[in-house]
Design a binder for this molecule. Structure first.
Ligand code: HEC
Length: 124
């Protein structure tokens, strides 16, 4: 009985020691990125590709044209076109397009998007 108990205690200690990732807020951290980088072309007035990125609801409802794939697949950023389009090194389909000084999101913003999706893409 004693050994299993020790192992249980030890593993509890180890899991407590792991740093929990900072929770990311959609409202405070993700929408502001979209506001700065995307909504000049994906807003209510002008919606390129029928993509509107002014709110959580419109982001989650958005689908890309080929295959109607969602922009956000909660918990899976590699399947989320929001992440794919912002982080790809293929300039011809990267968002924002290569025509502006807005182009290429900073790594920190791409990481925030990935972490927010990993944390379940919550409306928080
Ligand atoms: C300068 C204008 C501009 C900006 C800024 C911009 N986009 Fe786009 N976006 C476009 C255009 C143009 C298209 C193509 C529309 C089409 O093919 O019908 C497009 C298409 C898209 C599509 C649809 C792709 C598809 O295959 O259906 C998504 C998703 C998208 N943009 C996301 C974003 C995101 C996310 C941002 C911000 C990080 C962003 N865009 C910033 C102009 C822009």
């Amino acid at each position: 009985m004693r050994l299993p108990l020790l192992i249980l205690l030890a593993s509890l200690l180890v899991s407590c020691g792991k740093k929990a990732p900072e929770p990311i807020s959609y409202r405070e951290q993700i929408q502001p990125i979209l506001n700065t980088r995307c909504i000049s072309c994906h807003g209510d007035q002008r919606a390129e590709g029928d993509i509107v990125l002014t709110s959580y609801e419109s982001l989650m409802a958005s689908r890309i044209k080929p295959g109607k794939k969602p922009l956000v697949v909660p918990e899976s950023y590699p399947k989320s076109w929001l992440y794919i389009l912002c982080s790809t090194d293929q300039a011809h389909y990267r968002m924002p397009p290569d025509t502006l000084d807005l182009t290429l999101l900073p790594k920190a913003e791409i990481a925030l998007i990935a972490d927010w999706i990993t944390q379940g893409a919550k409306n928080n």
